[in-house]
Write a protein that binds this ligand. Structure first.
Ligand code: AFD
Ligand code: MN
Ligand code: MN
Length: 432
């Protein structure tokens, strides 16, 4: 289905005067505090978040999956769904594919379709954590780190194929997440597993076109429960430093042990010029893949506080810290919400955190830090965090022809009901 722009205009018209009041008030306050509102709006509007193809269907746990209706049955429908999101918020202009879940039947046609929705192809993702029906050798005991060179070769060849497809689609990066590791002490030799992974990744790296980047994602556990070869940011950074300048670490917010100071990791990786991008999600316990900002919005804000600090030109104190072009993506999918509603909420939460971080008085914060004034530093951060920036986001949507209230529109316009009519109640998405 295609969102009718007249319906969006009606929706906006009904809400516009209320929106104006809120925006006028906020603009006056921000101006008084020394912020230039128009440049802020520009930055917020420019911020685009990629949608992973696997988040468009209901996710599941190992105990079950409770699919809703009208889920996309093939790649074209997944793109249609991202197109819907983008029409509603004008902030989701990219899709990230997972191969082979999203094997494009005809890359030229798919590219054309993406164009018609105003979408770009973000990073392509490889999959060596599952065995496919036509696959010769098993990944049960790993892929790029496997003890058997033939399995490693098979996994390398898969990555080369993913890059080849990505090139055809116009993608510019590859995200590698490996499930390799061990479930029991003694099962795997730590150093040899790491060295094999590095050697395999070097071959994959060799297949990258010159204008591509490789993102190495880390995760501490699951599906392996004792050790993971690329288990933490240290291992990811080490690999990326050894691989070369096209390799970057990718931070998935859910891939940390409880209470890890993720914002400090973000700062360290930026300091080394090795932060490549994000997989946003939220969690209470582990890799829960919950809606971004639903559990710990303050942590999300603190992450963005580091990002904005690191990305600002005056914080680039040396060549290495030059702001990189970061890849922003959601990586969430779970059981209970309509996936499209979840994604609308996630994009909104990310942009709220970003906008709040833009409001932090960095000079005052630096002064507080240099004088060890912890109370003042907290006041500065929380003043920004507690500012209701939603009217700014709404204004950027209004200007871009998107909906003032995307989720409200989605429900009023009965988008899910239409998708169910078009696709049926019992649809199964390819993926996990
Ligand atoms: C994993 C990782 C990785 C992977 C995805 C597969 O976050 O991004 O592609 O889930 O569903 O936990
Ligand atoms: Mn991820
Ligand atoms: Mn994950």
């Amino acid at each position: 289905m295609i969102i009718n722009s007249n319906s969006v205009a009606d929706h906006n018209q009904k809400r516009e005067s209320r929106h104006r009041k809120k925006l006028d008030h906020l603009s006056a306050v921000l101006t008084e505090e020394g912020h230039a509102v128009q440049p802020l709006l520009k930055k917020i509007q420019a911020f685009q978040v990629a949608i992973p193809s696997w988040a468009l269907g209901t996710g599941g746990t190992r105990f079950g999956r409770f699919a809703g209706g009208g889920e996309p049955r093939r790649l074209e429908e997944k793109m249609e769904d991202v197109g819907l999101l983008h029409a509603l918020n004008r902030s989701s202009g990219a899709i990230s594919l997972h191969i082979p879940w999203d094997l494009p039947p005809d890359p030229i046609k798919i590219r054309f379709l993406a164009n018609s929705f105003g979408l770009q192809f973000d990073a392509v993702n490889s999959n060596t954590f599952q065995d496919q029906a036509d696959q010769e050798l098993s990944y049960k005991f790993g892929s790029l780190a496997h003890t058997d060179a033939r399995v490693r070769q098979q996994a390398i060849a898969h990555h080369a194929e993913v890059i080849r497809l990505g090139v055809e689609l116009g993608s510019k990066s590859l995200t590698v997440w490996l499930a390799d590791g061990s479930c029991f002490p003694g099962q795997q030799h730590f150093r040899r597993a790491f060295e094999r992974t590095l050697a395999s990744l070097r071959e994959v790296y060799g297949c990258l076109p010159a204008d591509w980047r490789m993102f190495v994602e880390y995760k501490p556990y699951e599906p392996n429960f004792y050790s993971t070869v690329v288990g933490d940011w240290g291992s990811s950074l080490l690999l990326c430093q050894k691989l070369g300048e096209q390799a970057y670490s990718l931070v998935d917010l859910g891939h940390h042990l409880p209470n890890t100071n993720v914002e400090q990791i973000v700062s360290r990786l930026m300091m080394e010029g090795k932060l490549g991008g994000f997989h946003f999600n939220d969690s209470k316990y582990g890799d829960d893949d919950l809606t971004v900002g639903s559990v710990r919005p303050y942590q999300l804000f603190l992450v963005f506080n580091e990002l904005v600090d690191g990305l600002s030109p005056d914080s680039a104190r040396d060549e290495k810290a030059k702001p990189p072009q970061l890849a922003w993506m959601i990586d969430a999918s779970h059981n209970v919400k309509d996936p499209l509603e979840d994604l609308l909420q996630s994009v909104e939460a990310i942009k709220i955190a970003y906008a709040q971080a833009l409001l932090v008085d960095r000079k005052a914060l630096e002064a507080a830090q240099e004088t060890n004034d912890a109370a003042r530093a907290q006041e500065i951060l929380q003043h920004a965090f507690r500012t209701d920036v939603r009217p700014l986001l709404a204004e950027t949507r209004l200007r871009a022809g998107a909906a003032l209230d995307p989720l409200g529109f989605y429900r009023e316009d009965r988008v899910r009901e239409t998708l169910i009519k078009e696709r049926g109640t019992k649809t199964v998405t390819t993926g996990l």
